[in-house]
Write a protein of this length. Structure first.
Length: 156
């Protein structure tokens, strides 16, 4: 019994001590997946400005290799800016001038972006809001989870 209790204490200690490192790895992986999967439409998003969950520093370890002045010139080309969407009502964080599809605009008041709604959206947006402009599907739950870790920390 003592062994089980001590093991549980050590496990909890390790989890609390090393979880920021684990999340930081997921965050960096999420940035990479964002560039590969999302960036083609969400050009106005500069993942280099995202807050790392482990240190709060405004820098990721992944560098895209191009000038960030691109982000000043290009906004809302295809998809809206995703900064600050986590825990916000859908559609409320889009910059002025971005127009959502009519089906999305009608459904948005009933959607708040959290882990569950983002996971469903990234898996198959058309099943969440048929007729929305988001066409990409991310079937891998691990990729979706890592992108969500990134989005949770991607704030103004």
């Amino acid at each position: 019994m003592q062994l089980i209790r001590n093991s549980a204490i050590w496990f909890a200690f390790a989890l609390l001590t090393f979880s920021p490192v684990i999340w930081a790895d997921d965050f960096d992986e999420g940035v990479k997946h964002f560039y590969v999967q999302c960036y083609i439409c969400h050009w106005s998003n500069n993942p280099e400005k995202a807050d790392r969950p482990d240190s709060g520093a405004k820098k990721t370890s992944f560098q895209p290799g191009f000038s960030s002045d691109l982000f000043q010139r290009v906004q809302n080309i295809y998809g809206p800016d995703l900064r600050g969407v986590y825990s916000a009502q859908a559609g409320r964080r889009a910059k002025e001038g971005y127009r959502h599809s009519d089906p999305f605009s009608k459904a948005a008041p009933n959607i708040v972006w959290n882990e569950e709604t983002l996971d469903k959206w990234l898996a198959d947006a058309q099943s969440v809001v048929p007729g929305s402009w988001m066409a990409i599907k991310l079937p891998d739950p691990e990729v979706r989870r890592k992108i969500i870790v990134f989005i949770k920390n991607y704030k103004e």
